[in-house]
Design a protein around this ligand. Structure first.
Ligand SMILES: [Zn+2]
Length: 546
């Protein structure tokens, strides 16, 4: 039988008439609003990691977890997992790139180069030959090696930024991530990586925006007991605009335009750029403490309770910044008080469901600094790592309109598709594909930290629906994103529909419950890029499994 919107409505109506427990534990819109009003208040000063505002938010979440009846799942019997953070800032005029082209003159790229501050060294001076390496991708399963025939030891590698052409969007998002590109360069002995902000990269993050972002303090975790290297800092990485790119290719065997054209048709060959470059970066470093907040709902099944489904959502935002219209507090109401509010209310509702597997609720710090808190948890979890079987993430609940579909980023990769489909159908909704693959959302929130440790994960978002004034709800969200994301105006004045918000939270509850009750732990689908890359030895599900 086709399960239609109408049958779902009838079933829900009957459940309400019967006064079933399902109706009684529905997420409460007022509770969600209350969490939002606390977490996005000006008093919390934008919840920047290391600030009192963040610590108050973390205490609030821990206190809510306690009142729900969840168990502490941080360190030393508390709800907190301290994350040792290294904060770094660029010194004024801290980044320079010079070209030495053999003419005896040094051409300075001031204004055309930006870099994040270093988490490792206060002063860096790198000088070496410049080599172009296409999109900087090395991936045997795709038969692709952009470094083929190149020797980059002791040199500076230039690569094209943005998702590479001819590769599925989510895979390209991973392979073309500056962090992944820098790791490939470092493995080959390169001194540093310089990413050219191509038009494709510009669509994802403009050079002007990059210039602003790199001026902000950056954080990485530093814990020698977990890893001798600071969390994810492989080779020194800088970004140049296309003006610089044209100059860098002046002595090269092929022009920048030709390389770009070649890349668009499935792969640019690398070559020596015929010049030397010098890169200088000065950063100021200090240490900061901030904590992830973790709580456990123990599973009800004596065997399956060993397995843990992790629910992640980031608690931090960017703090105080440049004033816009007289407001300098970046409250982060949608990004991501909303995800935390939904998770708290979902946890309260779920606690009465007695899921078979255990569920670990994790509100992380320093997401906005590059998924730092979640990466630390994923590498040094507070429960044995082999117990972590699946992850579900929320980041930005845009409850602006009545939605009829949801998006599950990563859903094609694992058997987590089944519980999500069940949950979606049970509410008369549909599952829609990634509406905008070019933005690489799959690599941009905390589930990705879990994916990198081999844990199947899904990032859940509201999909299409009818906007209040008519028209596409997703178009409304996209317009909101453009106007307010990471601005002081992402605050409590946002027009949130709390009835819609609680309906989304109910879907989220059903998804987590279904995932925690799956007969078999979530598995990667055989042949899936992420599963084969990050969990090569884990048992896989056949692609036919539904
Ligand atoms: Zn966010």
């Amino acid at each position: 039988m086709q399960f239609t919107m109408r049958t779902a409505a009838v079933v829900l109506a009957l459940a309400e008439i019967a006064g079933s427990p399902a109706a009684a534990r529905d997420p409460d819109p007022r509770a969600i609003q209350a969490h939002m009003e606390f977490l996005a208040d000006d008093l919390l000063q934008g919840r920047e990691p290391g600030s009192p505002g963040y610590d108050v938010a973390a205490l609030y979440v821990a206190s809510q977890f306690r009142s729900i009846g969840l168990e502490p799942a941080g360190r030393d019997g508390t709800f907190f997992q301290p994350v040792p953070l290294r904060r770094s800032r660029l010194a004024p005029k801290g980044v320079t790139l010079g070209i030495e082209d053999g003419s005896g003159e040094t051409f300075s790229m001031v204004g055309h180069v930006v870099a994040y501050p270093s988490a490792v060294r206060a002063v860096e001076e790198l000088r070496g030959r410049a080599v172009f390496a296409g999109n900087g991708i090395v991936e045997a399963r795709l038969g692709r090696d952009d470094y083929a025939g190149l020797d980059v030891r002791g040199k500076l590698v230039f690569v094209l930024g943005g998702p590479a052409a001819g590769i599925p969007a989510e895979v390209a998002a991973h392979l073309s991530r500056p962090g992944t590109q820098a790791a490939r360069a470092a493995e080959r002995g390169a001194l540093g990586l310089i990413v050219i902000n191509t038009p494709a990269a510009e669509r994802r993050l403009s050079f002007n925006r990059l210039r602003e972002i790199t001026q902000l303090p950056r954080m990485t975790w530093v814990d020698a007991a977990v890893s001798p290297l600071p969390g994810g800092a492989p080779a020194a990485t800088a970004f140049v605009d296309e003006t610089a790119a044209a100059a860098l290719f002046k002595r090269a065997p092929r022009s920048y335009a030709a390389a770009l054209k070649e890349a668009a048709t499935g792969g640019a060959r690398g070559f020596d750029l015929g010049i030397s470059v010098s890169f200088h970066r000065s950063s100021a470093l200090d240490d900061v403490r901030s904590a992830n907040v973790a709580a456990l709902l123990p599973g009800s099944d004596p065997t399956l309770a060993r397995e843990v489904v992790v629910v992640t959502t980031h608690l931090d935002h960017v703090g105080i910044g440049p004033a816009v219209d007289g407001d300098s507090i970046y409250n982060g109401a949608i990004d991501n008080a909303s995800g935390v509010a939904a998770t708290l209310e979902m946890a309260r509702a779920l606690a009465g469901d007695r899921p078979r597997r255990s569920v670990l609720f994790l509100a992380v710090t320093a997401e906005e600094k590059g998924l730092v808190g979640s990466d630390y948890f994923a590498r040094a979890p507070t429960v044995p790592s082999e117990r972590l079987v699946g992850a579900i993430n929320l980041d930005g609940v845009m409850a602006f309109y009545d939605f009829r579909s949801v998006v599950g980023y990563g859903v094609e990769s694992s058997t987590l598709r089944t519980p999500l489909e069940h949950a979606v159908r049970s509410m008369g909704l549909t599952l829609m594909p990634d509406p905008n693959p070019a933005t690489s959302i799959f690599t941009q929130s905390d589930h990705y930290s879990m994916v990198r440790q081999g844990i199947p994960a899904v990032f859940l978002q509201i999909g299409e629906g009818l906007a209040p004034g008519g028209g596409s709800g997703l178009a409304l969200s996209a317009a909101w994103d453009k106007a307010h994301l990471h601005k002081p105006s992402d605050d409590l004045k946002v027009a949130i529909d709390y009835a819609v918000f609680s309906r989304f939270t109910e879907l989220y509850r059903r998804f987590v419950l279904e995932a925690a009750n799956m007969p078999e732990a979530p598995r990667w689908i055989r042949g899936d890029f992420f599963g084969e890359t990050f969990a090569p030895h884990a048992p896989k599900a056949s692609p036919q499994v539904k």
